[in-house]
Design a protein around this ligand. Structure first.
Ligand SMILES: [Fe+2]
Ligand SMILES: [Fe+2]
Length: 136
């Protein structure tokens, strides 16, 4: 798997707060992945998954509120992708809580790939738009 690390070349959305939130998501994913590698126990993994879910939701709310404030034309595309991702994380949490999920690493890779791709392909499109409204 490619490194779980925020990379300015790939992920810079030119808005400080949103970059910081994205970095926090990468940091938490890295924590999750490391805990899985270390075969941490279920409560420890669940704790990280809950944090990740919380940080994702906080971030998506912040991002959507900011895009809404300035009438960003791609807001619906953002909302749609965010909704799908939130339901995926919730599903993962439930599976994990019920011991039904065995493919932890697959899920960690899915989450990482989704976040990285979403930032690169969708979030970066709002960078210049927000800068043009003096949001940096
Ligand atoms: Fe987004
Ligand atoms: Fe984002």
């Amino acid at each position: 798997m490619s490194a779980i690390v925020w990379n300015r070349m790939k992920h810079d959305v030119k808005v400080k707060l949103l970059n910081e939130q994205h970095q926090k998501l990468f940091g938490t994913l890295k924590e999750l992945y490391t805990a899985m590698e270390d075969k941490s126990d279920k409560p420890a993994l669940l704790h990280i998954i809950n944090n990740l879910s919380l940080y994702v939701k906080q971030h998506l709310e912040t991002e959507e509120a900011l895009l809404e404030k300035y009438n960003y034309p791609g807001l619906e595309e953002q909302r749609e992708q965010h909704r799908l991702f939130v339901s995926k994380i919730d599903e993962f949490k439930t599976e994990f809580e019920n011991n039904r999920f065995m493919l932890y690493f697959d899920i960690a890779i899915f989450l990482k790939t989704w976040i990285a791709n979403h930032i690169e392909e969708t979030d970066k499109k709002y960078a210049d738009f927000l800068n043009s409204h003096n949001v940096f």
